[in-house]
Design a binder for this molecule. Structure first.
Ligand code: 9MG
Length: 302
């Protein structure tokens, strides 16, 4: 058991994601804090209040130790409806501008719209997180031109219908096949593989059984030799297993995030930043060189 944990914690992972002006160095697992600017988050339609609140939340994420902030203007929850491009631009771009001026943190934008990708990069975003894996017309070209890293996520269907009886013959193989195909399209479009991140898309067109199979077999995705991102925080798979409401799913999310790291994930996308960092650090302390860890601890105490 011990070897399984230490082996995974020290498993070979890609070391760097090149990014103009802000390379993402994967010297340890990175934590991406979630900043939603949708009506079901703190978005209230009043421009200044939204910006203020978004900036306050981003500051809190930085304080907690987040490496990346992921800004999303389109709700991708099960049952969510599409938003117009203009609405998404209005929600996201001012927040990207404000964060890039005021805070020192890598900025990711969670969008599938090429117009939003382009405007966000111009406004200071460093990375694109696309739950539709650049399948919208023009998206591949925008990311190729911008030369920013891209997270390609697997989703079956659309948020509005994805949880209506999702069905796979072999979920791990089918998700892997999809990601391989999207990586191929990226390379054809001129997006270097070193800029790509893959994500199996927990909860996106998957039953509890599918999600558990993906987590159990997450190490299989290491064979792509690109960083793996995982987002499980507060998702319904935790609710099903623990019978917890959204606000009480922190422990379940942190544990799943840690399992993902042990199985080779390089980036954990979460609402609960400091708790996730603490869990990773405790695991690192147990499985790192004891002399180094103890020397660091003594220094920090005295
Ligand atoms: C936007 N979004 C919501 N959940 C996500 C997940 O699990 N992964 C990624 N990449 N994005 C997500």
């Amino acid at each position: 058991m011990d070897e399984i944990f230490s082996g995974h914690f020290h498993a070979e992972r890609p070391k760097l994601i090149p990014c103009p002006g802000r390379d993402i160095v994967l010297d340890r697992p990175k934590v991406m804090g979630i900043l939603n600017v949708t009506p079901d988050s703190f978005y209230d339609g009043g421009c200044y209040k939204v910006l203020d609140k978004a900036l306050t939340r981003a500051e809190a994420l930085v304080q907690e130790g987040a490496d990346i902030v992921d800004i999303g203007g389109e709700s991708t929850r099960p049952g969510a409806q599409n938003v117009s491009i203009q609405e998404e631009l209005d929600r996201v771009v001012p927040v990207v501008e404000a964060i890039s001026h005021h805070l020192n943190i890598a900025i990711s934008v969670d969008t599938s719209a090429p117009e939003v990708m382009l405007a966000s990069v111009k406004a200071g975003a460093h990375l694109i997180n696309d739950v539709r894996a650049l399948q919208r017309p023009g998206a591949l070209q925008v990311v190729a031109q911008a030369k920013v890293p891209i997270c390609l996520m697997h989703m079956r269907g659309e948020p509005s219908n994805m949880q209506q009886s999702p069905c796979y013959r072999q979920v791990v193989d089918e998700v892997a096949l999809f990601l391989e195909d999207r990586l191929w399209h990226c390379e054809q479009a001129g997006i270097e593989r070193t800029r790509c991140i893959i994500d199996p898309g927990f909860g996106f067109g998957k039953t509890l059984e599918h999600n558990l199979a993906l987590m159990r077999n997450l190490e299989e995705f290491k064979s792509f030799n690109v960083p793996i991102m995982v987002g499980v925080s507060r998702k319904s798979m935790i609710g099903f297993i623990l019978n917890r409401m959204v606000e009480d799913r922190l422990v379940g999310g942190v544990v799943l995030g840690l399992i993902a790291v042990l199985k080779g994930a390089s980036i954990i996308r979460t609402h609960d930043v400091w708790q996730t960092i603490d869990a990773i650090q405790m695991c690192e302390a147990v499985y790192s060189d004891p002399e180094k860890i103890c020397a660091e601890y003594v220094e920090s105490v005295y």
